[in-house]
Design a protein around this ligand. Structure first.
Ligand code: SF4
Ligand code: SF4
Length: 96
C-alpha cells in the first residue's frame, strides 16, 4: 500500500520461514499487504509498509511472526519534534 509508508528500515517485523505452515492468515489480515504467500510459505514483500499493528502475529497459528506492536514510529516522530532529528531514536521509547 503505497499511501501509508512507515519510516524506512524501522519496523520490528520478523518472520521465521521454517515455522510457517503456509496457512495464509498473515496475508489475509495485514491491512497493508506486507505479506505474500509464495510456494506455500509466507514472505515479507514490503517491510516498510508494516505499521506494527500486530494483527499478523496475533493470527499466526505457529507463532512464526514476531513484531513489537506499538509506538515505534509515532514515538520517533514525536521525538523529532521535541528533540530534533539528530537526537531522536527508535530505541529510546520512554512511554507506555
Ligand atoms: S500466518 Fe503464520 S503460518 Fe500462516 S502463512 Fe503467515 S507466517 Fe505462515
Ligand atoms: S504488524 Fe500489521 S501492518 Fe505489520 S505486517 Fe503485521 S498485520 Fe501487516
Amino acid at each position: 500500500m503505497e499511501k501509508f509508508r512507515y519510516l524506512p528500515g524501522v519496523s520490528t517485523l520478523e518472520l521465521d520461514v521454517q515455522a510457517c505452515v503456509g496457512c495464509g492468515m498473515c496475508e489475509i489480515v495485514c491491512p497493508h499487504g506486507v505479506f505474500l504467500l509464495e510456494n506455500s510459505k509466507a514472505k515479507i514483500c514490503d517491510l516498510d509498509g508494516c505499521m506494527e499493528c500486530g494483527a499478523c502475529a496475533k493470527n499466526c497459528p505457529t507463532s512464526a511472526i514476531r513484531v513489537t506492536p506499538g509506538v515505534g514510529c509515532a514515538n520517533y516522530i514525536i521525538q523529532t519534534w521535541i528533540k530534533g532529528k539528530d537526537a531522536a531514536s527508535c530505541d529510546s521509547v520512554e512511554c507506555c
